[in-house]
Design a protein around this ligand. Structure first.
Ligand SMILES: [Cu+2]
Length: 166
């Protein structure tokens, strides 16, 4: 009798949970976050033939419930890849590597753009030309590695691309 009672009580609850989860998955175009790190508007700056370094830019959206940090980047087309910040110091624009990475708080987005946070690729193995595409690996403290396709754009084209709405 006791078992039967538990069965009666739990059955509709289980059914409701199944229906709810089916519904959540089935809703098309839902604004629900997928619970992952999302990258938008990634691009690499095109370089002149002899340039040794290039910047990479993107918007990182943290759809996870936890704060995360972009701690590293790697690109096979460069000997060294770093996470940088460009900042006005004593009236001079200077850039420096961020040893602790860039914090991406839970539910927030952070933009890496010319003049601010950026990815820095040094010792380029080849010229980066407008129209090319390269896979680049981003490394996050919580979410692990994420490979992202970076198209190459000239500076003005890249800036416009970043400002466009989705
Ligand atoms: Cu830099």
């Amino acid at each position: 009798m006791k078992n039967r009672l538990i069965e009666i009580i739990t059955k509709p609850v289980v059914m409701a949970m199944i229906v709810a989860s089916l519904f959540t998955v089935a809703v098309p175009g839902s604004a629900h976050s997928d619970g992952l790190i999302e990258v938008k508007k990634a691009w690499l700056r095109a370089t002149p033939p002899s340039a040794k370094a290039a910047g990479g830019y993107l918007i990182i959206v943290n759809n996870t419930p936890d704060d995360d940090t972009l701690i590293g980047v790697s690109f096979s087309g460069a000997r060294k890849s770093e996470v940088h910040e460009m900042k006005m110091t004593d009236g001079v624009m200077k850039m420096r590597p961020l040893e602790n990475g860039i914090d991406i708080p839970a539910g927030k987005s952070v933009t890496l753009k010319p003049g601010g946070f950026h990815l820095m690729f040094m010792g380029l193995k080849e010229q980066l030309k407008d129209g090319q595409n390269f896979p680049i690996m981003l490394k996050f403290a919580q979410s692990g590695e994420l490979e992202v396709n970076f198209p190459v754009f000239a500076m003005d084209k890249g800036k416009k691309y970043m400002m466009q709405e989705e």
